[in-house]
Design a protein around this ligand. Structure first.
Ligand code: ASP
Length: 589
């Protein structure tokens, strides 16, 4: 070993020992003839002192060092004199007096210092990821991530799960997103797809009798990226046989409790609260509600049917909804200009016509441009419905159910952040259950699976498959943490006839079913146990456990929003010969 100790290890009781350390020059200072180096590695920082008695040649060598050079130091641990103890670092009571220094590697001038408290632009960080990953904050996050996957593996192994790998090169199947395709050289004109998730493989493992499966699985989806999405991401993927929804919720709740305890040292009371999908949409306008604050949506549609104000009445009478939120004690904080900004934001982001508002003044009167449209008793009814008190700020959305949900969920989250209603340390979990089985795609005029096509309906809703598919609730459940979906799963269809019916409803002909999913239908016909599972989004979970607000900070080598890797330059053009071998011709762009 090129070192006997790490840079985070030495303490006062090591004084007098001769040690060897190795690491990066975090800083070099010259104090009237004594050189001080902060030597850094993954474990911390140790101060090295170099005096002229090390010999002239070595002294000059050390003086010529630059930030991020890699050196090895042999020296004696010394207690620091009172008064120069550094309480900010764990090794602050000691220093190592160098007897010998070896330069292991020189660094070019760095575009930014890992030690600097200022974070460089994200572009620079991703281009020089090797330097960015040296930053202690990044190292802490990746360590946390590693601990989390270890806890997961330990927990599931203790519970008799097998970890089984499934292929990266698979068949393109419609799971909702666009596939990444890989051309086959030996089968001209054909393509593998990278897995969007190991969904069908894990179901087939159940049929094959491996009743408890997990995998830390890499998944690929070629979608337009949003801030918290990556084209390749990691799931903790799980499947179990002979289970119902309750069993999956129980094993996963146990995992979350264990993670909270082992990783954050915090207790999580079980059971995790649970809410029906329909209730979440009604009360919060979203299927991953942030329950760290209230500001719930209030329905005013019935009231709106009785008022004269056209904007409300017209929507309510034509089957739309009038809903509102009450931002408590916020009236004074939002000026007309702020409200104009909110209004424009709602128009730009949620396809809404705008947001209406009222404020409660000090005497309890409702004020604002729309106030004059209501009779006194109508204003009183609005006030009472929204439990409005002086200085409350009321925001209304009159539109379809979907649009009012989007608008008020958006406003609710934005206002909570602006009004600082959220305790950043809170970890608020909930389960959202019984999602609808299908969405209706108005463009394509067909049903689409809300989760994926292999999801089982509630048993008592099976009969709707032939009559009213939109009434069907699925045996589907999402795990939500602080307003983010961190996992989702379902009980699966294990009856081939039901599976075929669902494929048909999704617009597939029997021929397409055979061609795309023949292997699944075959497998289902050879004795399929009832089964179900879930996948947790590891990157997002790490983000929330680490308290980061950017998913890219939780992945060692992430892609940009344009799906490129700025360090390696991927994706990139390839040699014509490679394309030839793959039987691929590219269009000139
Ligand atoms: N395969 C699903 C997904 O990736 C999760 C599941 O249903 O287990 O969302």
């Amino acid at each position: 070993m090129l070192r006997t100790s790490t840079c985070g290890q030495l303490r006062r009781n090591d004084s007098g020992n001769t040690v060897t350390l190795a690491g990066w020059v975090d800083s070099l200072r010259d104090h009237s003839g004594v050189l001080f180096i902060n030597l850094r590695d993954r474990y911390g920082i140790t101060q090295i002192t170099i005096t002229s008695d090390i010999g002239d040649e070595l002294f000059q060598l050390v003086r010529s060092l630059h930030n991020e050079d890699v050196i090895q130091v042999v020296g004696v641990v010394q207690q620091r004199p009172e008064g120069i103890v550094n309480t900010k670092i764990a090794t602050g009571e000691i220093e190592v007096k160098a007897a010998h220094v070896t330069v292991l590697s020189r660094s070019a001038v760095v575009p930014f210092l890992p030690a600097s408290p200022e974070t460089p632009s994200e572009e620079t960080r991703l281009k020089y990821r090797f330097l960015d990953l040296r930053r202690p904050a990044m190292q802490r996050t990746l360590e946390l991530r590693s601990r989390m996957t270890k806890v997961m593996r330990d927990y599931f192994h203790e519970n008799n799960f097998n970890e089984i790998e499934t292929p990266m090169l698979g068949k393109s199947t419609p799971e909702g997103a666009r596939d990444y395709l890989v051309p086959s050289r030996v089968n001209p004109g054909t393509f593998y797809a990278l897995p969007q998730s190991p969904q069908l493989y894990k179901q087939i493992l159940m049929i094959a009798g491996y009743d408890r499966y997990i995998q830390v699985a890499r998944c690929f989806r070629d979608e337009d990226l949003r801030a918290d999405r990556q084209p390749e991401f990691t799931q903790l993927d799980l499947e179990m046989s002979f289970v119902e929804m309750e069993d999956i919720i129980e094993i996963m709740s146990g995992l979350v409790k264990r993670l909270m305890n082992d990783v954050l040292g915090r207790d999580l009371k079980l059971p995790i609260p649970r809410m029906e999908y329909a209730e979440a949409m009604e009360r919060f306008g979203h299927d991953a509600p942030d329950l760290r604050f209230a500001m719930e949506l209030v329905d005013l549609t019935e009231l709106a049917k009785t008022v004269e104000f056209r904007v409300f009445r017209g929507v309510a009478d034509s089957g739309g909804r009038v809903r509102a939120i009450n931002a408590k004690a916020a009236a004074e904080k939002y000026s007309r200009k702020d409200i104009d900004t909110l209004n424009q934001w709602v128009i730009d982001n949620f396809g809404a016509k705008g947001v209406a508002w009222l404020k409660v003044d000090g005497d309890g009167n409702l004020t604002g441009p729309i106030a004059k449209n209501f009779k006194p008793e109508e204003l009183a009814a609005i006030k009472s419905k929204l439990v409005a008190e002086p200085n409350d700020f009321l925001l209304f959305s009159a539109d379809t159910f979907e649009t009012t949900s989007r608008v008020l969920n958006g406003l609710r989250r934005r206002l909570a952040a602006e009004l600082k209603l959220i305790d950043p340390n809170e970890m608020n979990f909930c389960w959202i259950v019984h999602f609808p089985m299908f969405d209706w795609d108005d463009e394509e005029k067909r049903y689409v699976a809300m989760h994926h096509p292999f999801t089982a309906p509630l048993n008592e809703h099976l009969h709707y498959l032939d009559s009213e598919p939109r009434q069907i609730k699925a045996q589907a459940y999402d795990l939500v943490l602080n307003g983010f979906e961190v996992g989702g799963g379902t009980i699966r269809i294990h009856d081939g006839a039901v599976q075929e019916k669902v494929f048909n409803l999704l617009g597939m002909t029997p021929e397409t079913c055979r061609q795309m999913f023949g292997f699944l239908l075959d497998a289902l016909s050879f004795g399929a146990p009832p089964h179900g599972g879930i996948a947790l989004g590891l990157d997002r979970l790490v983000m929330l456990f680490a308290g980061c607000d950017n998913i890219r900070d939780c992945i060692a080598f992430p892609k940009t929003m344009k799906a490129s890797d700025l360090m390696t330059g991927a994706p990139d053009v390839v040699a014509a010969k490679q394309l030839d071998e793959l039987h691929i011709a590219t269009k000139k762009t």
